[in-house]
Write a protein that binds this ligand. Sequence first.
Ligand code: CTP
Length: 205
Amino acid sequence: LEPLDPVRYMSNRSSGKMGYALAKAARRRGAKVTLVSGPTALKPPRDVTLCLVKTAEEMRQAVLAECRQYDVIIKAAAVLDWRPKETAEHKIKKGRGVQTLELVENPDILAELGCSRGNSPCILVGFAAETQDLIANAQEKLKKKNLDLIVVNDVSREDAGFEADTNAVKILYRDGHLEELPLMPKEEVAEQLLDRIKSLREKSL
Ligand code: CTP
């Protein structure tokens, strides 16, 4: 989230469920896991290093500090693309007419990771939250952010994407291969994704 003043903030509908399910499943498989999380109402999984952040810049700092020690980075967070240009120290009062909110762009954490990865064998996975032209948009993100795999979410569906306990994702690979998974609980999506990531990792070694 991005604070506007001490009582207001910008955020979005993401619940964090997909990211938490991935952290839990990876831990259960024996991985060492750091979960960098924005504010959520979820209970963190046991035995993972939890790094709680608020803003995109805080998330960026935490991810960059942790990323070098990991073989796989999965970026499931719905990061805000913009933040208010200024955060007021005191509550902004009404009565001064209609205010215009000036926004500035946030850093793209995943693009930064992808563009600086060189030939590291680390597997980089992104998510794409889309409401239209799902595959074309996701393909562009995969290329631009230099990813190994992108998980495509149709966030206009009620039973998938934001807030839901279930998800119906498409998995798009670097070589253009596309795989469609049926609707299933996010815990099961996490398992399926980790299976795919494991084989990519094995192939890259
Ligand atoms: N992401 C990120 N930092 C940002 C924005 C997005 O690391 N400032 C990551 C997300 O965690 C996700 C991927 O980039 O893995 C795609 O995020 P998404 O919101 O789907 O797309 P954007 O790149 O923000 O593009 P747009 O909002 O135009 O669809």
